[in-house]
Design a protein around this ligand. Structure first.
Ligand SMILES: NC(=O)c1ccc[n+]([C@@H]2O[C@H](COP(=O)([O-])OP(=O)(O)OC[C@H]3O[C@@H](n4cnc5c(N)ncnc54)[C@H](OP(=O)(O)O)[C@@H]3O)[C@@H](O)[C@H]2O)c1
Length: 257
């Protein structure tokens, strides 16, 4: 079986996507920073599903890091047929309350590394009889988000880049799917410094990472271009599309303030 490479596979949605793919008999390459967590996930999934696993501990916010990832797969002779660009995070609060370096790190991970991973892995993926790219955006990709302005804009990039790439690759064996999850119970909120008010607002509509992963992997294998897990999130996407931008942006500002 060819390998599925998943970034941000040490926890949260990425770990559950790895679990879903192992269930479907894919061998796994797990990438994130936390070496001990990666080792645990790799061991757990190889034992449970009898698949091959390996992992690389690396900071994906670093410049040119995608080259290091592809070099690792080449040295080890791994043939990758599925690339899941899931690693990412947000920063909640006024844009200028974070340093340039903090903003740059987030944009490097959410945008630059994701793009470079696609670029480096495309020749490998095109060699496969059937291959997939799954890029994780966010429900924030459907509107501007005050107090998460740079994060939301980075996910708009992920959505539109994925849509464009999908059509470009129409005559190849590579299918591209962009997933836009809404609130999901992971470590995301802690890293984003999300305040209690916004956590409360999201509580009732929060999905589990297991649900998000199962629906996302199904959508990828179904060849969907764009997929929003969960009914409430689908409704949110529709409302963001029909409502005046000034209203959706003010409502969001109220939640995150
Ligand atoms: N949870 C939500 O509510 C939500 C909503 C919409 C979209 N999303 C998107 O879903 C994706 C996964 O997030 P999550 O909710 O699962 O969050 P999470 O639980 O914080 O997991 C994030 C994953 O990315 C990895 N990661 C973060 N920074 C990294 C770096 N610099 N280098 C390498 N790996 C890094 C983390 O591993 P290490 O810490 O070990 O490096 C972890 O495996 C993200 O792209 C996020 O934007 C999440």
């Amino acid at each position: 079986m060819a390998y599925a490479l998943i970034t941000g596979a040490s926890k949260g949605i990425g770990k559950e996507i790895a679990n879903e793919l192992a269930k479907r008999n894919y061998d796994l390459l797990l990438v994130a920073r936390s070496e001990s967590l990666l080792a645990e996930v790799a061991k757990e999934l190889s034992t449970t599903y009898k698949v091959k696993t390996d992992y690389l501990s690396v900071d994906l916010a670093a410049v040119d890091v995608a080259q290091q990832v592809i070099d690792w797969t080449k040295q080890k002779g791994y043939e990758v047929a599925i690339l899941v660009n899931n690693a990412g995070y947000g920063l909640v609060g006024p844009f200028d309350s974070y340093s340039i370096l903090q903003n740059r790190d987030m944009l490097n991970l959410n945008i630059a590394t994701l793009t470079e991973m696609c670029h480096h892995f495309l020749p490998v993926l095109k060699r496969q009889p059937k291959a997939y790219i799954m890029n994780i955006a966010s429900s924030t990709a459907y509107q501007a988000l005050p107090l998460m302005a740079a994060y939301a804009a980075s996910k708009i990039y992920v959505l539109n880049f994925s849509r464009g790439l999908k059509l470009e690759l129409k005559k190849t064996s590579v299918s591209v799917t962009c997933i836009s999850p809404g609130a999901t119970s992971t470590n995301f909120n802690d890293r984003a410094n999300l305040q209690e008010k916004a956590r409360k607002a999201a509580e009732k509509v929060t999905m589990t990472p297991q649900e998000v992963a199962k629906q996302s992997v199904d959508a990828m294998f179904a060849g969907k271009t764009e997929f929003v897990p969960g009914l409430v999130n689908k409704l949110g996407k529709f409302l963001a599309w029909i409502a005046p931008k000034s209203i959706t942006e003010s409502v969001a500002m109220g939640i995150y303030e």
